[in-house]
Design a protein around this ligand. Structure first.
Ligand SMILES: N[C@@H](CCC(=O)N[C@@H](CS)C(=O)NCC(=O)O)C(=O)O
Length: 221
């Protein structure tokens, strides 16, 4: 069986968990306190970051490289379209969420409110939280604009782009930082993706000291 070293609210780990679950690959989850820099962990990934996936006698890191490995090795069901233009769009959007959204929103909200407390690195910096709360509005509006023209974020089918976005938004929803009323199209998209069996384990997450809101695991909101 595969083993994923992760932290429950990490969007990068969640993206990999969603890919594994959608492809029905059984996985054992191991909580990794990456900030403690355990030598065994650093041997598995010298970059010192989660996720790390052990599968097929390999130790893999970097969430997008992992997801593309899974796509190549376990192609069904596919989370990547076939055409070069569509594949480009999926990769562009995965980078949008894992780079831009992560820096502007996830770091400023999730890492300030949750990671600082768990890692013992002080109180949230109010200016960062304010900046994240402002930036998420722009991102929700951008997603709404995409979803006005498409069924899924990158086109007609569900892809890794949807999992990247849902991974970030689900972690932020866990701490009540998503104003779903601002973006009905995004809310509908999230309700659709959240009701997939692949999402179950993510909706069952409980981080001690941070109880999720009631709607977090509610499939109809
Ligand atoms: N580009 C990496 C980013 C992973 C990442 O930043 N993970 C965070 C947890 S959400 C981490 O392990 N941070 C530890 C560090 O940066 O030292 C990926 O996609 O896997």
């Amino acid at each position: 069986m595969a083993t994923l070293y992760h932290v429950p609210l990490s969007p990068f780990c969640r993206k990999v968990r969603l890919s594994l679950a959608e492809k029905k690959i059984e996985v054992q989850l191991v909580d990794e306190r990456y900030w403690e820099k355990d030598p065994d962990f650093l041997r598995r990934n010298p970059a010192g970051k989660v996720p790390v996936l052990k599968i097929d006698n390999k130790t893999l890191s970097e969430s997008s490289a992992i997801c593309e490995y899974l796509e190549d090795r376990y192609p069904t069901p596919s989370l990547m379209p076939k055409g070069p233009g569509q594949r480009f769009e999926v990769r562009r959007l995965v980078a949008w969420f894992d780079d831009k959204f992560h820096h502007e929103v996830t770091k400023n909200l999730l890492y300030e409110r949750v990671n600082r407390k768990i890692e013992g690195s002080g109180y949230p910096v109010a200016a960062n939280v304010k900046s994240g709360a402002k930036a998420i509005k722009y991102h929700l509006d951008y997603m709404s604009w995409l979803l006005d023209n498409r069924r899924w974020l990158a086109g007609d089918s569900m892809t890794l782009a949807d999992f990247a976005a849902a991974a970030h938004l689900s972690s932020l929803d866990y701490i009540r930082d998503v104003d779903w009323n601002r973006a009905p199209a995004v809310k509908d998209w999230y309700a659709k993706i959240k009701s997939r069996p692949a999402f179950r384990s993510i909706l069952a997450d409980h981080v001690p000291g941070f109880p999720p809101p009631r709607h977090y695991a509610n499939l109809d909101f």
